[in-house]
Ligand binder design. Structure first.
Ligand SMILES: *Cc1c(COP(=O)(O)O)cnc(C)c1O
Length: 433
């Protein structure tokens, strides 16, 4: 892959020919001393689309003007508001329109989907999950297991990396699925691990889970808007995601859920609510629940329109930019950051270790950096110099006993110049400049 040189001039030339560079202007970047900061925490909370405020105002106007009638008479009627989001979400994640729904929030959606897709029976009771899953996912899985009267310690299996390694090998994951065999009820992995930034082979994992007679679901919190995903073709059974990380839809914004078409007509157990009822007869308020024959059948409550408004704005940007172009730029931006960090290591023996896989196919835009002994200090110095990255404390079993600095140059609004400047500031923080 050709990359910019490690000079300001070269980085600026690359920005000038970047077809996505104009998107940066459509975001509000926090400033320090009038200057936009280097924002590499879009993996935690994406930046605000500049049009978000106006879009919310329009909705507030409709509320003022119509009151309850806005459900049917607002410019975008609230009754069907979530339907506006399905086409964008479906194209982003490789799903059919009827397979996706925007509703609730991430962990809530995981619970609702587990009710339908984790149904332990006889020997088949175990859930296999990734090493160091996001804590909310562990809590959800363990509590679902306990809810079935089973022991989470025995039923929740966390995949461990090999001695001295940080990430998981696909072959090892597949072997583990095979080993668990008929004890395995479900494989529930992140699409991209929040800590290491490792992207998992969702298609291979799904196929292997099915071969073992189990189901496969994915938490796409760090995958949606970050890496290309083809949920339908990969045969994934179900998935959920949030929209406030790479999808720039605002703090606590609406979550998403995917249910593969082959499950839509099955009579699955679920926790029901009125918004999942057939929309043609919903307002008849019948006693008998008759679910929509789409992913919308998993809805329980009426839609949180005000935060969905921001998601419509943000999704439109993704549709316009196109996941293919975003991914192409992302591969370059992240490889550029990796090369610059490598340069600093070579020239100054900085000892920075990137634990994210080197193989671009096994990562999104995030790099997780370990700086043994002085990671926290470097993180603090970066923050003082208006670089937004984040710090994760080490876990007891971490091979280097060190925490990580996570940085995510996102292709939607970060520039090659951001990455170049990051390298220069990093040298200052290391005291080698
Ligand atoms: C960010 C994140 C969450 C957060 O859950 P919410 O329900 O949105 O608060 C959960 N799981 C993963 C994997 C995450 O990355």
């Amino acid at each position: 892959m050709t990359l910019p040189e490690n000079t300001l001039e070269s980085a600026r030339q690359w920005d000038a020919k970047d077809p996505l560079h104009a998107f940066r202007e459509q975001f509000l970047i926090p400033k320090v001393n009038q200057e936009p900061i280097i924002y590499f925490t879009g993996n935690s909370l994406g930046l605000q689309p500049a049009d978000a405020g106006k879009a919310i105002e329009r909705e507030l106007e409709d509320w003022a003007r119509f009151g309850v009638e806005g459900h049917f008479h607002a410019r975008h009627p609230w009754y069907s508001y979530h339907e506006r989001l399905a086409p964008g979400a479906a194209s982003l994640l490789g799903a059919r329109l009827e397979e996706v729904v925007l509703m609730n929030q991430l962990t809530s959606n995981l619970h609702f989907l587990l009710v339908s897709f984790y149904r332990p029976k006889g020997k088949r009771v175990k859930i296999l999950t990734e090493h160091r899953p996001f804590p909310s996912d562990s809590y959800a899985l363990a509590s679902q297991i306990a809810f079935h009267g089973l022991d989470p310690n025995a039923c929740l299996v966390e995949m461990q990396p090999r001695e001295g390694e940080h990430t998981l090998r696909t072959d090892d994951i597949l072997a583990k699925i095979q080993e668990l065999g008929e004890e395995l009820a479900l494989v529930l992995f992140g699409g991209v691990n929040f800590y290491t930034g490792q992207a998992f082979g969702m298609e291979a994992i799904t196929a292997k889970a099915h071969e073992a007679g189990a189901l496969a679901g994915f938490d796409l919190a760090h995958a949606a808007g970050n890496i290309p995903v083809q949920l339908h073709d990969w045969n994934v059974d179900f998935a959920c995601w949030c929209t406030y990380k790479y999808l720039n839809s605002g703090p606590g914004s609406v979550g998403g859920a995917f249910v593969h078409g082959r499950h839509l007509k099955e009579d699955l157990p679920r926790l029901a609510g009125w918004w999942g009822h057939d929309k043609a007869t919903r307002f008849k308020m019948d006693k008998a629940f008759s679910p929509m024959q789409t992913a919308e059948g998993w809805q329980v409550s009426n839609a949180p329109v005000l935060n969905m408004v921001v998601h419509t704005v943000a999704l439109a940007q993704f549709v316009q930019a196109g996941m293919e172009r975003l991914r192409a730029k992302s591969l370059q931006l992240t490889a550029y950051a990796e090369a610059i960090i490598g340069d600093i290591n070579n020239k100054h023996l900085a000892g920075l270790q990137i634990i994210t896989p080197r193989d671009p196919e096994q990562r999104g835009c995030q790099l997780s950096i370990v700086a043994p002994a002085k990671g926290k200090t470097i993180y603090n110095r970066l923050t003082e110099r208006a670089v937004s990255v984040d710090w994760r404390e080490p876990e007891a079993s971490a091979p280097l006993g060190a925490g990580v600095i996570r940085m995510a140059p996102v292709p939607m609004y970060n520039s090659f110049e951001d990455v170049f400047r990051f390298g220069e500031i990093l040298k200052e923080c290391l005291g080698v400049k």
